[in-house]
Design a protein around this ligand. Structure first.
Ligand SMILES: [Zn+2]
Length: 567
C-alpha cells in the first residue's frame, strides 16, 4: 500500500470557525485525491482505489466541502424529518466534525407531494435530513471520479462538464450525413430512479457498501408511518443521479462490441444517452426491433429495469423525433434540429401565465420577471435552427404584452398606451421598456427593456470530446479552454464583468478557484457602499456566491491581483 496519510491528521483543530476554513486548501487536497482515484481506477487497482476513497471520506477537506455544498444549494432551508437545517456558521462547523462513518444511521425521508408538470396529479418527493445529504455529498466526492472514468462516452446527463447541447450535437454527428443511419429507437425506461434493484447497486457500485445499503433502505415517513423502500436509488439524494448513470453505463460498450464496424458491413448502431433518456440509431427497422431492443431489455432486466411499452418506439428520420426538448428530423435529406413543438407551447403557456399574474405589477417588475425566462429559454435553444421560432415567440410575447398594457388603461387611446409602455431604440421600434429612474454616466436616463429574443444569435455548439474526464489532470487545459469560451459567451455584452473577471485571472480571490458559468458569481464591493465605496471597477471584484457570504461575514478586504501589462 502506497497511500500516504497526507493532510488528514489533526483535522479537528484545523479550523475552529467556518469562516476560517482554508477553502483553497480544501479544494486542492480533494482534487489531488480525486486525480489519484482516477489513476488507480485506470490501472485497475481496486485495493488502492478503496484506500484513497477512505482517505477522502475521512478528510477534513472532503467533509468541509460536503457541508458547504448542501448548505449552499437550493434546498438548504428545507429540513428532513429531524427538522434540522444548518444555517449558522457554528452549526456548519459542528456538522463538519460530526460527519463520521461509525455510529451513523440514515434517517427515513420526509415525504412531501408537489404538483406534476400537468398541474393535476401530485408527485411524491423524499426529503433527506441534512446529515444524510452531507454524507452522500461526501461519498459522492469519492465516487464521481470513478463514475467519470468508467462512464459511457456518449452519456451526457448529470455529469459535471456536459450538457443537453452536447447530447443534441452528438445526434447531429450520428444522423446528419447522407449515409447515416435512418432508423431511431426512442427508448423510455419505466420509472428508472424508483425501480433500480438494490441488490444490483450494492453488488456493483464501487462505494462503501454499508453506507449505500443504509441510504437505499432508509424508507420514508408519511403521516408518521414508516414505509420501507424495496427498490430505487435513494430518493432526493445528491448521489442518486450518479448511481443511476453508473447503472446504465456499459450499455454503449456492449452495443459497440456487438455491432463492430467491419469492411463490408456497417450497422451504424450508435447510442446517445442523457440520464435515463436515450436513442439508438440503426440502418434498418428490423435490426432495432429484433436485435437491439431485446439486447437492451436484457441489459436493463439484470438491473431491475424495463422499457415502457407505450413510450418506446422505432421512428424513421424523415418523420423525426423529440429528444430533450428538441425535434430532430430530416427534410429532403437535410437534418434540422429545432425546438420541439410541445416545448415551445409549454414555454408560451408559462409566459402568458406570468403576464397574467402581473396584471397589476409595475412595468419594470414584469420585465424583471420575464427577462430571465426569455433569456434562459433562448440560451437553451440557441444552438438549434431556432431563428424562425424565436421570431414567432417574440411576436406572441409582443401580442400578450400589448393586451396587458391595453387592459390597464381601457379609457386611453392606442397611441397613448404605446407611448407609455413602448420605446424606440435605434432602428428597433415597439420595444417594451421603461426608464428605471437612474441616470447613466453619460447623462442619459437608464432604460430597462424586454430581452430581445428575436435578436438571440444562433451559434453552433462545440461538443465536448466524448472521453473528456474533468477529474483527470491530463484534460485540465482542455476544460479550462472550454470554460473560458462558455463563460465569455454567457457574459457577452456585459463588458465590465468580463474585464473584472480577466483582471483577477478568472479566479475568485477568496478560494483561488475558477469562477465559471455554473459556479455563479456575485459582485463584491471592496469598500462597502455604507462606508463610501463606489460602483467603479476599481472597487469591484467578482467572487463565488458562497465566498461572497464569507467575505461579507468577515469584512474581508479582498486583494485584487494586478492586471498583466500590455493588454
Ligand atoms: Zn470562491
Amino acid at each position: 500500500m502506497t497511500v500516504q496519510q497526507q493532510g488528514t491528521g489533526a483535522s479537528s483543530d484545523r479550523a475552529k470557525h467556518w469562516h476560517s476554513i482554508d477553502w483553497a486548501g480544501c479544494y486542492r487536497e480533494v482534487r489531488r485525491l480525486q486525480a489519484r482515484i482516477v489513476k488507480a481506477t485506470q490501472e485497475g487497482r481496486c485495493g488502492k482505489v478503496k484506500a484513497l476513497q477512505r482517505l477522502l471520506t475521512n478528510s477534513f477537506s472532503g467533509k468541509a466541502l460536503a457541508v458547504r455544498r448542501v448548505t449552499e444549494n437550493q434546498g438548504r432551508r428545507t429540513p428532513g424529518v429531524d427538522g434540522i437545517t444548518w444555517s449558522t456558521p457554528k452549526s456548519k462547523i459542528k456538522a463538519v466534525l460530526s460527519l463520521k462513518r461509525r455510529g451513523y444511521r440514515p434517517c427515513p425521508l420526509r415525504r412531501i407531494y408537489i404538483p406534476k408538470a400537468d398541474g393535476k396529479k401530485m408527485r411524491p418527493l423524499g426529503i433527506p435530513c441534512m446529515i444524510d445529504r452531507a454524507q452522500q455529498a461526501l461519498y459522492l466526492l469519492a465516487l464521481e471520479p470513478i463514475a467519470e472514468t468508467m462512464a459511457d462516452p456518449n452519456s451526457y446527463g448529470f455529469r459535471s462538464a456536459r450538457s443537453t447541447a452536447d447530447a443534441i450535437e452528438q445526434c447531429f454527428t450520428v444522423l446528419s450525413q447522407a449515409d447515416s443511419a435512418t432508423w431511431i429507437l426512442e427508448a423510455d425506461i419505466r420509472s428508472c430512479f424508483d425501480e433500480i434493484s438494490h441488490d444490483w447497486l450494492i453488488a456493483h457500485i464501487p462505494t462503501d457498501k454499508a453506507m449505500l445499503r443504509g441510504w437505499s433502505k432508509a424508507g420514508y415517513l408519511h403521516n408518521r408511518v414508516l414505509h420501507v423502500t424495496e427498490a430505487g436509488t435513494p430518493q432526493g439524494g445528491i448521489i442518486s443521479p450518479t448511481l443511476m448513470n453508473m447503472t446504465l453505463d456499459g450499455l454503449e460498450n456492449m452495443l459497440r462490441a456487438r455491432y463492430r464496424r467491419s469492411k463490408n458491413n456497417s450497422p451504424k448502431v450508435n447510442i446517445v444517452r442523457y440520464a435515463d433518456d436515450f436513442i439508438i440509431t440503426g440502418v434498418t427497422k428490423d435490426v432495432l426491433v429484433n436485435e437491439v431492443r431485446p439486447t437492451v431489455e436484457q441489459f436493463l432486466a439484470e438491473r431491475g429495469l424495463s422499457l415502457s411499452q407505450e413510450k418506446t418506439r422505432v421512428t424513421h428520420i424523415d418523420n423525426g423525433f423529440d429528444f430533450l426538448g428538441m425535434n430532430v428530423r430530416k427534410y429532403g435529406g437535410k437534418l434540422l434540429i429545432k425546438p420541439a413543438k410541445a416545448n415551445v407551447q409549454r414555454f408560451l403557456r408559462k409566459l402568458r401565465e406570468t403576464v397574467k399574474a402581473g396584471a397589476m405589477w409595475r412595468q419594470g417588475d414584469l420585465i424583471r420577471k420575464l427577462n430571465p425566462l426569455l433569456r434562459g429559454w433562448a440560451n437553451y435553444h440557441r444552438h438549434a435552427v431556432s431563428k424562425h421560432i424565436f421570431n414567432s415567440v417574440a411576436h406572441a410575447v409582443w401580442q400578450c404584452l400589448w393586451r396587458w398594457a391595453r387592459r390597464r388603461h381601457p379609457h386611453k387611446g392606442t397611441g397613448w398606451v404605446r407611448r407609455r409602455y413602448f420605446r424606440s431604440v435605434g432602428f428597433r421600434q415597439w420595444i417594451f421598456g421603461t426608464e428605471t429612474g437612474k441616470t447613466l454616466g453619460s447623462g442619459r436616463k437608464e432604460l430597462l427593456v424586454l430581452y430581445d429574443i428575436a435578436g438571440t444569435p444562433i451559434r453552433r455548439h462545440r461538443k465536448i470530446k466524448a472521453d473528456a474526464n474533468p477529474f483527470d489532470p491530463k484534460w485540465e487545459s482542455y476544460f479550462e479552454e472550454r470554460l473560458g469560451l462558455a463563460m465569455m459567451d454567457s457574459l457577452k455584452g456585459r463588458k465590465q464583468l468580463i474585464r473584472l473577471w480577466l483582471d483577477q485571472v478568472r479566479a475568485c480571490p477568496v478560494c483561488q478557484q475558477m469562477i465559471t458559468k455554473s459556479s455563479g458569481w456575485r459582485l463584491y464591493h471592496m469598500v462597502r457602499k455604507i462606508d463610501g465605496g463606489k460602483d467603479t471597477p476599481g472597487n469591484l471584484v467578482v467572487l463565488h456566491p458562497g465566498c461572497h457570504q464569507i467575505a461579507r461575514a468577515l469584512g474581508l478586504s479582498v486583494v485584487k491581483p494586478a492586471p498583466s501589462m500590455g493588454l
